[in-house]
Design a protein around this ligand. Structure first.
Ligand SMILES: CC(C)(COP(=O)(O)OP(=O)(O)OC[C@H]1O[C@@H](n2cnc3c(N)ncnc32)[C@H](O)[C@@H]1OP(=O)(O)O)[C@@H](O)C(=O)NCCC(=O)NCCS
Length: 199
């Protein structure tokens, strides 16, 4: 089954931003070498999240990462539009175009700062590969894609939080624990209250 043509207003961000990323700088991380533009199989497509991806299982795949809750198509589309309006959200997915399903995803969230000469900081969030596709470098591919996008956008750093067991995974693609500066602290709020709608 061929991929349906997607109109540009369905994307969360401009797909051209994913062109010509600096894969040369991470060539040693992948064996065999693959990139977002040449992902190793003709049926793998790396692209920005689309508003129609609810029907391709984006929400379902996130449930392999954490609790998602009961997110309807309307909820998803509203939040997608909130993200697009706000800007700075670069959710990137891998689609298996043979079956029109999302099989991997990763988010780059950018933050405008005053420090670092009014710089931009990147945060890596919501990394997941469908369990039947794991161990084929797709995790590395999707994380490196958004990491190189952060570099292209001019971020001065990219940070992430992860379980101890995933430290080797992130180290294998260039992330480091900074001695004296590698703690992650959290305060959690009840999820019962409805978030404020920015629109
Ligand atoms: C983490 C995850 C995205 C990796 O996806 P993947 O497609 O299997 O990753 P890759 O094939 O690119 O694996 C790269 C390396 O990381 C290792 N690795 C992958 N998942 C791992 C895990 N859960 N624990 C420890 N090592 C892991 C692999 O063994 C592989 O090592 P190698 O290169 O030495 O062989 C995937 O396991 C996943 O979706 N997990 C559930 C969600 C999750 O925990 N997300 C991360 C939140 S921070």
């Amino acid at each position: 089954m061929g991929a349906r043509k997607v109109s540009s207003d369905e994307y969360l961000f401009d797909p051209d931003l994913l062109k010509n990323l600096d894969w040369g700088s991470v060539i040693n991380c992948l064996n065999p070498p693959i990139t977002n533009e040449t992902p190793g199989e003709p049926w793998l497509l790396v692209r920005p999240l689309c508003i129609s991806d609810y029907n391709k299982g984006y929400v379902q795949i996130l449930s392999q990462l954490t609790t998602v809750g009961n997110v309807s198509k309307t909820d998803f589309e509203r939040q997608f539009m909130n993200m697009r309006k706000a800007g700075g959200y670069y959710i990137t997915v891998i689609e298996d175009t043979r079956i029109n399903r999302i099989i991997g995803a990763s988010s780059l969230i950018t933050e405008f700062k005053i420090i670092h000469n009014c710089g931009i900081r990147g945060r890596l969030e919501d990394v997941v590969v469908n369990n039947t596709y794991r161990g084929k470098q797709l995790g590395k591919l999707i994380v490196l894609t958004v990491s190189l996008l952060a570099k292209k956008l001019g971020c001065y750093k990219m940070s992430l939080d992860c379980k101890d067991s995933l430290i080797p995974f992130y180290k294998s693609i260039g992330y480091k624990l900074e001695p004296g500066n590698a703690n992650s602290m959290i305060t959690r709020y009840e999820e019962t209250s409805k978030p404020v709608d920015p629109s």
